[in-house]
Design a protein around this ligand. Structure first.
Ligand code: AP5
Length: 196
């Protein structure tokens, strides 16, 4: 099994690169943002609760997302590995993820962290907001609130994995294919080492 976290602030390209990586490396994509948006479009109780936070650019409570990831891991016993996108986003989520994976006799092999300047993030998200229909892309204030939430609560998650020497920084600016090549090179190198 090979498990990786694709990490980075809102707009850094996690979703875009995840699509390409799961197809190349046959990983199961677990995006908490996608799972939450699906709950919202199905108008479930969980979705209604999550929407209140997402519309403001705030993080959804840990218990909600941890429950979703737990279910997703249980429902994908036969996966060759997981690509976590947008999770974990707090220290509590990281600890819980490690615990759930260790119950399954596996662990995170690597965190690939995309590095993109704040102005580039805002530019990308404002542009996407013109067509995406995502409530959290509608204006610059909410976009900046998401980035601030990342700095306040999420950036520290990298320290958690850095303690185990599992963080690799990757330049997230340039063309999509160019960034994909950089990520692929790291994965090819790390797969041989197999940390877990
Ligand atoms: P989530 O869905 O995870 O969104 P996000 O982290 O804000 O990330 P984005 O989807 O905006 O950006 P991305 O890094 O995936 O970049 P993308 O490839 O899309 O979370 C949304 C909300 O859900 C959170 O705010 C929170 O409320 C809640 N949530 C989710 N997970 C949670 C958790 N674990 N705990 C608590 N709450 C949680 O690209 C962005 C744009 O840039 C696209 O238009 C793309 O086409 C473009 N782009 C991509 N690459 C390039 C490039 N190289 N050059 C130019 N443009 C590019």
């Amino acid at each position: 099994m090979f498990n990786l976290i694709l990490f980075g602030p809102p707009g850094s390209g996690k979703g875009t690169q995840s699509e390409k990586l799961i197809s190349k490396y046959h990983l199961k994509h677990l995006s908490t943002g996608d799972l939450l948006r699906s709950e919202i479009s199905n108008k479930t109780q969980l979705g209604l609760e999550a929407k209140r936070y997402m519309d403001k650019g705030s993080l959804v409570p840990d218990a909600v997302v941890i429950g979703m990831i737990n279910d997703a891991l249980d429902n994908n016993h036969d996966a060759d590995g997981f690509l976590f996108d947008g999770f974990p986003r707090t220290a509590v989520q990281a600890e819980e993820l490690d615990r759930l994976l260790s119950q399954k006799k596996t662990c995170i092999d690597v965190m690939l962290a995309l590095k993109v300047s704040e102005e580039e993030l805002v530019k990308r998200l404002i542009k996407r907001g013109e067509t995406s229909g995502r409530s959290d892309d509608t204006n610059e204030q909410i976009i900046r609130a998401r980035i601030e939430e990342y700095h306040k609560k999420t950036a520290t998650v990298a320290d958690h994995y850095q303690k185990e020497n599992k963080v690799v920084m990757v330049k997230g600016e340039g063309g999509v294919d160019e960034i994909f090549d950089r990520l692929s090179k790291e994965i090819d190198r790390l797969k041989k080492l197999h940390n877990c």
